[in-house]
Write a protein that binds this ligand. Structure first.
Ligand SMILES: Cc1ncc(COP(=O)(O)O)c(C=O)c1O
Length: 373
């Protein structure tokens, strides 16, 4: 029997799965060991007190049943405290915070709860490839919003009507921090277009050169029209733990919690308690991580001088490939994997993303191999 087509057929190839497979195949070939600077997987985990909080909670008998579907109050309060103390934003932990199994889940859920079949979702180009998966899973359509060289959207190219806008600063892959006034511009556009806004703040704490983390919610009108995703993966090196938050508009938060009540059954309480310990305990590891990536950024940008290399934040450097050079060639001839720019959107063609989330010796070896590009 022929299978009926479904919206799953619309899914693009999963960019990172395909990249990993390609890099894995190249690594298996004869030659120098490959240096993988393609993948953005934090190379340093959370500070010891977080793992200890997890173990202590897991040793108790009261953490093993279903956790409250909407998340532990203590965790919601911990993220609200962080927003107050670090980003200068007051949020109501009960109505303006949803606990997520990773922020990736939230960017999929946004399209599910705010967009109808066939409606338009506006995505930054270049942008995080999974946004396009969210469009496909919602059976929506996508309108690319080109980013200018400073990372600001070219609003003249935005459609006049849309259901949703995805934004991301510091940006993966272009490593730009939020340009001055960009959130105000986004709100003004979204009000005209009738769109909800999601700001992906996954790399929020990883900003360099003395910049301060800039939350979308600090801007007037933001929580009336949208919300922000915060991730424990990047600030604390907890990518494998799968813990994140949707923070902001109470109606969107309620819709996300409702969807999660149907689709999931909460997150292991020990993970949630340890997440709260990470957010409320000593924060020196966040600064140490930021400084480490900044130092790596400096070395990468110096090694890629002449290639328009950028890295204001995140743990990536975005650089222009010389004419006629492809990432495939770098993989085959120099045994270095970087992520091809076109996978992030048409505007990324001719560019590549290099990951700093790798041990110093490996990064330096990779940079050496890119020397003279
Ligand atoms: C821009 C961006 N948003 C969201 C995510 C998802 O992060 P997580 O699901 O680990 O919170 C990532 C992960 O790499 C990312 O790069």
């Amino acid at each position: 029997m022929r299978a009926r087509p479904t919206r799953l057929d619309r899914l693009p190839e999963q960019y990172f799965t395909a990249l990993l497979a390609r890099v894995g195949a190249a690594a298996a070939q004869d030659g120098e060991p490959l240096v993988d600077l393609g993948r953005g997987n934090p190379d340093i985990g959370p500070p010891p007190h977080v793992a200890e909080a997890l173990c202590a909670a897991a040793r108790r008998s009261d953490t093993h049943g279903y956790a409250p579907f909407a998340g532990l109050r203590v965790l919601k309060e911990a993220i609200a405290e962080r927003y107050r103390d670090v980003y200068g934003v007051m949020v109501d932990p009960e109505h303006e915070v949803a606990v997520l199994p990773g922020s990736k889940t939230g960017l999929m859920e946004f399209a599910q709860v705010c967009v109808e079949r066939g409606e338009t979702i506006v995505l930054p180009d270049p942008g995080y490839p999974d946004y396009r998966s969210a469009v496909a899973l919602a059976a929506a359509q996508h309108s690319p919003l080109p980013l200018l060289p400073d990372g600001r959207p070219d609003w003249d190219a935005a459609p006049h009507e849309a259901a949703a806008l995805y934004l991301n600063y510091p940006s993966n892959p272009v490593a730009a921090c939020a340009p001055e006034g960009v959130f105000e511009e986004a709100i003004a556009w979204a009000e005209r277009a009738g769109a909800w806004v999601m700001h992906d703040f996954a790399y929020g704490d990883l900003v360099f050169d003395g910049r301060r983390p800039a939350s979308f919610l600090a801007v007037d009108g933001a929580r009336e029209i949208g919300f922000e995703l915060f991730s424990m993966s990047k600030s604390y090196g907890m990518a494998g733990w799968r813990l994140g938050f949707a923070i902001g508009n109470a109606e969107i938060v309620a819709r996300i919690e409702d969807l999660q009540n149907h689709q999931f059954a909460g997150i292991f309480a020990a993970v949630q308690e340890a997440g709260a310990a990470a957010l409320t305990g000593p924060q020196d590891s966040v600064e140490a991580r930021r400084a480490l990536y900044e130092a790596r950024r400096d070395r990468a940008v110096a090694a890629l001088a002449g290639h328009d290399a950028r890295g204001e934040g995140t743990f990536f450097v975005w650089f222009r490939l010389p004419d006629g050079v492809t990432c495939e060639q770098l993989l085959e001839e120099r045994r270095v994997a970087v992520a091809p720019g076109e996978g992030f959107g048409e505007q990324g063609r001719g560019w590549a993303r290099l990951s700093l989330a790798t041990a110093d010796e490996k990064l330096d070896l990779g940079l050496e191999r890119l020397n003279g590009l």
